[in-house]
Design a protein around this ligand. Structure first.
Ligand SMILES: [Zn+2]
Length: 392
């Protein structure tokens, strides 16, 4: 049913009965209310045709409009009716799938989006519209949980979502806020704020091997990154100076929070007892033990972009991305990623890290990943392909 005209206090008829029943369904109007014209038998079929848009309906409509951030006028026109219609859908009421040109809209779609975000599948913002990003996230969810990745939300997917929803605790507001912030801030890097955290420093030199010190290597890398970001209009802050002593992870996180940065990039190099261990790994906030635990979906996404670009552009071995509850990752309010760029205890990695051209490529990779993070999904480019302004 589409509503052409506008209904208000005093109106009667079948359309008003329809409006009343929707409001009852949403719990905004008591179910038992008769409110029919005249004193006739309210239980009779004729009662519906005589439904009245009375004061209680007016109040319920205003309440509903306020809830949905619409103009509050107590009048049910096409827009309010559409919202009433969307609001009645509960996840599981109907099959959901992406349809080009006629996206499915409703509160069940919003619930689906929230659940996907809860679990770290980035479907963009929660808007109740089943668009491309939601479909992509749905397919990814299905793939991850061994369901047919058909992008259609049917009984098997509803069951999986229902089962998993109970295991996801507390992640939702965080996930939603992060995703909202990411998309609200737009694709341009100019005007963004990034905290660059060169690990260690001062008396703490981190890994020292093959004539290199981790603190110095990551300091130099941080400066190269800072230069590139500044040239793109990004406000970049470093968590320490060249020689600052004893800056703990807590302090670094507090510093990042104080700057209200969009993102934190922490730079380290790794060590291992085995000289054969080599490669780059990226870490984001995620509770390692519980697959459905809290996590930073944007942090995870950025980590995967950084990791892919670094591997493609530097040739380092792919040590993959990992969720960790490390202090800096956990205590920062914004998404944070820690990069362990090669093993100083490995001869090949150390030789690379000593090379200034390699450091330029590494800095470039991180900037490219940052740019990709803010591009709308349909404008993203394959790994290794994005070209930024040249800095020489
Ligand atoms: Zn380190």
């Amino acid at each position: 049913m589409t509503m052409q005209r506008r209904y208000r206090r005093g109106d009667t008829g079948p359309a008003v009965a329809e409006i009343r029943s929707k409001l009852v369904l949403l719990g905004l109007l008591p179910a038992g209310a008769h409110a029919v014209v005249g004193s006739g038998d309210a239980s009779g079929q004729g009662g519906y045709a005589d439904a009245v848009f009375d004061d209680s309906v007016d109040l319920a409509v205003r309440h509903f409009q306020q809830q949905r951030a619409m103009t509050v006028d107590g009048i049910v026109g096409p827009e309010t009716y559409r919202h009433l219609d969307e609001a009645r859908w509960r996840l599981g009421d109907r099959m959901l799938s992406y349809s080009i040109g006629h996206p499915t809209v409703g509160d069940d779609v919003a619930t689906l989006q929230q659940r996907l975000l809860d679990m770290g599948f980035d479907c963009g913002r929660v808007d109740g519209i089943l668009g491309q990003a939601t479909e992509r996230a749905l397919r990814e969810f299905q793939r991850n949980y061994g369901l047919g990745a058909d992008g259609t939300c049917g009984p098997a997917t509803f069951r999986a979502l229902d089962r998993l929803a109970r295991t996801v605790v507390g992640g939702q507001p965080h996930a939603m806020r992060e995703s909202e912030l990411l998309h609200r801030s737009g694709p341009s890097l100019a005007g963004k704020t990034v905290v660059i955290d060169p690990g260690h420093g001062g008396a703490d030199q981190g890994v020292v091997a093959h004539g290199l010190s981790e603190a110095e290597v990551v300091w130099d890398l941080a400066r190269r990154l800072e230069g590139r970001l500044s040239a793109l209009g990004v406000q970049a802050y470093l968590t320490r100076g060249l020689d600052s002593d004893g800056v703990g992870e807590e302090d670094r996180a507090a510093f990042a929070n104080a700057t209200d940065a969009d993102l934190v990039i922490s730079l380290h190099a790794d060590r291992n007892a085995s000289p054969r261990a080599s490669g780059v790994s990226s870490y984001y906030y995620g509770s390692g033990s519980d697959r459905y635990g809290r996590r930073s979906p944007t942090g995870e996404h950025f980590a995967s972009l950084v990791q892919r670009e670094l591997v493609a552009r530097t040739g380092l071995v792919d040590g993959r991305t990992h969720g960790k509850a490390w202090t800096l990752l956990r205590r920062t309010r914004m998404p944070a990623v820690r990069i362990e760029l090669g093993y100083l205890t490995n001869t090949d990695d150390a030789a690379r890290l000593a090379d200034s051209e390699f450091r330029d490529h590494a800095a470039e990779s991180i900037v490219v990943a940052l740019q990709r993070l803010y591009l709308p999904p349909d404008e993203d480019v394959p790994t290794g392909m994005l070209r930024l302004p040249v800095f020489t």
